[in-house]
Design a protein around this ligand. Structure first.
Ligand SMILES: Nc1nc2c(c(=O)[nH]1)N[C@H]1C(S)=C(S)[C@@H](COP(=O)(O)OP(=O)(O)OC[C@H]3O[C@@H](n4cnc5c(=O)[nH]c(N)nc54)[C@H](O)[C@@H]3O)O[C@H]1N2
Ligand SMILES: Nc1nc2c(c(=O)[nH]1)N[C@H]1C(S)=C(S)[C@@H](COP(=O)(O)OP(=O)(O)OC[C@H]3O[C@@H](n4cnc5c(=O)[nH]c(N)nc54)[C@H](O)[C@@H]3O)O[C@H]1N2
Ligand code: SF4
Ligand SMILES: [Mo]
Length: 748
């Protein structure tokens, strides 16, 4: 049977585009840009002149059920902004950094130049001499990857040091059970909370995640509050008292970077007290005894000491988690963003496993993916010889297990040293590397300036584009282009529908299709991007145009797939691992020569691993907490969003602020081991007196490019370095570093 027949659809009483008085309404899904990777259902209103005047949540879309967060509500301020890039630009490389030297060019000239230069480097230095930088995983990422691979370069990277976003969680989970699991909030059903098979989670364990602000990784934050209204209780593990933490049954105020210890301790309580799901463990878990032995050293007293949590609260929270009938682990990027991220996520996931919460209503689910094209689409065009040259493969054997990201710090090193081979050019699409994506922007800038030719694609002229690039291409925002949303952990398929004519801007996909055809026509056989989308959608039996009307389209979903032989390619019952069980002792890691079980590594730097440094830098700093109104480096130009948080603040405990003699609203330098940045003091009891926290990606666009939007003073990633990645090349220090603070004065 074709998938399309088995799919569940949401009835619409109107076509995807209709008229309301003078306004045209276009139904669609929201994806970058501007940034977000959530894909809420939107209704875009355009006036007689075709201008976007309003955006509303689509009440018919089960995903967000008519709701939108402030960033989509303020979308007109991004789409219609006067600073938008509107035309392709070029600049003589000798004037890099000088914004007055950009010249408008035609798309033809831009494409011809890029084709000529990139082919020249490929022919003379190998395709690996061109690196591809792609920022966070937008719907665009798939086409950037395909462009890199079909060009022949294995050096494709997010620029997020240690691939420390999402993938450590995915690897940590897959290494244990063969799939990636997410919490069950009924998102897989078109009728959502009304679906009779679904049950509300008794406990949602929110770990290193702030979903109502971040709506991260295919989760719409208000689903958590929807579940709370239906009875869910929360356990929150976060060094900050977030809005959700303040409403939790248990809030464990963990010391940053110690999550693996806490998770092992939690597993230990659950095992020692016999609270685990005996039947599930017996039938479906592999390596339980070894695992129990490994976690046994993590007594509650030791957890309290290492993680700075209250011992009794910790034990009670562990018991509540074990007792819950339906526990959803809602894990976030904080888990990925400490140096040894893999064992931490492995430990956390083990808790969901031994408490029998896999594939159970209100527990953890593997949502069906309409299509699985996201992961390696186009990787077949990278020859084995080219793949072998991927930077990181030699240094980190773990990268051989299907990691498609090259190591960004090794690309920078190749720029700097020409080892193991030279770098000539960079393609930077949807990344503001020097404003907030990667650590140490000073090093990244110097390294990439050594390239002969850099090209950027963005919505705005960013500091990264202006400092590094020789050609900049203007990209479309989502109301200005078509696209599809399938795969990537979501449970439905839908389309991004063009509602606005963006003039000369092109969508990222159009840009990549055009260049792809020039680099490797075999890999890009489509006439238009819509043809390309229809090709991807083929297994559903729907063309792009049909999907525009039919979307969202849901796959049928079943619980307890492991019992029914629905998880393994061989159709046998069990999990998709070599032993067919949830491997608390991972054969996958063992085969890679890694520790098969979770372990705790003290973060470095930290009060305990580097006590000498702690003397000089006596505060732990968390960088990059999400807020409602910004997405990384974006949105600072949007008046209504900027008004919510006009300046970057440093969350600091009132006692600590008093000890340093600094007051609310005062500017301080926050200095770390590698550099410093300015922040405005915001006292709050929400953080431990020994810990401070701040947001990242800051700039003052109003300061102008002649002042680099003040990024040199504001980029908190100056405190971080590129070399602090986890042992296996995964994980880095964004969320746990050390700093000191002092007032900004004329002298300082
Ligand atoms: N200190 C600290 N640093 C962090 C983090 C942290 O927690 N702390 N988080 C890290 C994480 S998890 C991530 S994923 C990265 C994110 O890093 P990035 O993805 O680089 O972040 P953004 O600032 O959202 O986007 C970069 C650029 O993409 C442009 N853009 C947006 N939409 C589009 C589009 O549709 N097309 C094109 N061509 N351009 C577009 C924006 O204008 C912006 O200039 O940051 C990382 N950096
Ligand atoms: N509005 C908005 N939404 C976003 C983004 C954005 O920039 N803005 N970025 C998107 C991207 S790319 C990502 S990756 C996601 C990330 O989404 P989240 O996972 O929600 O990211 P954060 O807010 O950085 O971190 C979550 C929480 O972890 C806590 N935390 C910090 N350190 C630790 C620690 O060591 N242990 C524990 N247990 N908790 C810790 C922080 O205090 C914070 O409350 O959000 C996505 N959505
Ligand atoms: S989470 Fe917010 S910004 Fe993202 S698609 Fe939904 S409403 Fe838009
Ligand atoms: Mo991310």
């Amino acid at each position: 049977m074709e998938i399309s027949e088995a799919c569940v659809r949401v009835p619409h009483d109107k076509p995807y585009r209709y008229q309301v008085g003078d306004l045209t309404v276009t139904r669609g899904s929201a994806w970058s840009g501007p940034g977000c990777h959530d894909g809420c259902g939107v209704l875009m209103f355009t006036d007689k002149d075709g201008k976007l005047v309003r955006v509303e949540g689509d009440p018919d879309n089960p995903y967000n059920q008519g709701r939108l967060c402030c960033r989509c509500l303020a979308l007109t301020e991004a789409v219609n902004h006067e600073d938008r890039l509107r035309y392709p630009l070029k600049r003589d490389p000798q004037f890099r950094g000088d914004a007055s030297k950009w010249e408008r060019i035609t798309w033809e000239e831009a494409f011809d130049t890029i084709e000529e230069r990139f082919k020249y480097y490929r022919d003379n230095f190998g395709a690996e001499s061109v690196s591809f930088w792609k920022g966070t995983g937008r719907d665009i990422a798939t086409y950037i990857s395909r462009l890199a691979w079909s060009f022949g370069s294995p050096n494709l990277t997010s620029g997020i040091n240690g691939i420390a976003c999402y993938l450590p969680r995915v690897f940590g989970c897959q290494s244990t059970c063969g799939n990636f699991y997410v919490g069950d909030y009924s998102q897989q059903f078109a009728d959502r909370y009304d679906n009779p098979a679904w049950k509300v989670p008794e406990i949602i364990l929110i770990w290193g995640n702030n979903p109502i602000a971040s709506n991260s990784d295919g989760l719409y934050g208000p689903w958590i509050t929807d579940c709370m209204h239906r009875g869910s209780e929360l356990v929150v593990i976060d060094p900050r008292l977030t809005w959700l933490a303040s409403r939790a049954k248990y809030w464990l105020q963990i010391r940053p970077g110690t999550d693996a210890a806490l998770a092992m301790g939690m597993a230990n309580v659950i095992i020692k007290e016999g609270l685990y799901d005996h039947e599930f463990v017996e039938r479906w878990c592999y390596g339980f005894d070894e695992f129990a032995e490994r976690v046994s050293e993590w007594t509650p007293a030791r957890v309290a000491e290492v993680c700075w949590v209250d011992e009794e609260e910790f034990v009670e929270a562990s018991r509540a988690i074990a007792a819950a009938d339906g526990m959803a682990l809602q894990w976030g990027v904080a888990i990925d963003q400490t140096k040894e991220a893999l064992p931490g996520s492995q430990a956390m996931f083990s808790i969901a496993a031994i408490t029998g919460n896999l594939e159970k209503p209100g527990g953890m689910i593997v949502p069906p993916e309409l299509l699985q094209y996201i992961g390696g689409w186009g990787s077949e065009f990278l020859s084995p010889e080219q793949k072998e040259k991927m930077l990181g493969l030699k240094e980190y054997p773990f990268y051989r297990s299907g990691v498609t990201n090259a190591s960004d710090q090794l690309i920078l090193r190749a720029c700097e040293t020409g080892e193991p081979y030279v770098q000539k050019a960079a393609w930077i699409q949807t990344s503001d590397l020097l404003t907030g994506t990667g650590p140490d922007p000073v090093r990244a800038e110097k390294a990439l300036l050594l390239n002969e030719f850099n090209v950027g694609v963005d919505l705005f002229m960013t500091v990264t584009m202006n400092k590094l690039c020789d050609i900049v291409l203007p990209a479309a925002t989502y109301p200005e282009r078509n696209g599809i949303r399938v795969g990537d952990g979501v449970q439905h398929g839908e389309t991004i529908n063009k509602a606005v004519d963006g003039g000369e801007v092109k969508s990222d996909m159009e840009i990549n299709l055009e260049l792809g055809k020039r680099f490797n026509p075999e890999a890009w056989p489509w006439e238009t991007v819509e043809d390309m989308y229809s090709y991807i959608l083929e297994p559903t039996g729907l063309t792009f145009e049909q999907m525009q009307e039919e979307a969202p389209v849901y796959l049928p979903y079943e619980y307890y797939k492991y019992e029914k032989g629905l998880l393994r390619p061989d159709g046998q019952p069990g999990f998709n691992t070599p032993t067919g069980r949830v491997e608390l002792w991972s054969t996958f890691y063992a085969n890679l020569g890694m520790d098969p079980m979770p372990a705790y590594h003290e973060p470095a730097p930290s009060p305990y691993s580097t006590p000498d440094k702690y003397e000089d830098y006596p505060l732990i700093i968390i960088t990059g907490c999400r807020d409602f109104n910004t997405f990384h480096s974006e949105n600072r130009r949007q008046e209504h969003l900027r008004a919510i948080a006009p300046e970057p603040t440093l969350e600091i405990h009132p006692d600590t602020a008093a000890a340093y003699g600094v007051n609310d609203g005062e500017w301080v330098w926050v200095e770390g081991l590698y550099g410093r940045a300015k922040r405005m003091i915001k006292t709050t009891p929400a953080v431990d007196p020994r810990v401070v926290a701040t947001t990242h990606g800051w700039s003052h666009p109003e300061a102008g490019l002649e002042n680099n939007f003040d990024v040199d003073d504001l980029n908190i990633n100056r405190l971080l370095d590129w070399d602090s990645v986890g042992e296996c090349g995964v994980g880095s220090n964004y969320k746990s570093s050390l700093c000191r603070i002092y007032k900004v004065t004329d002298e300082s």
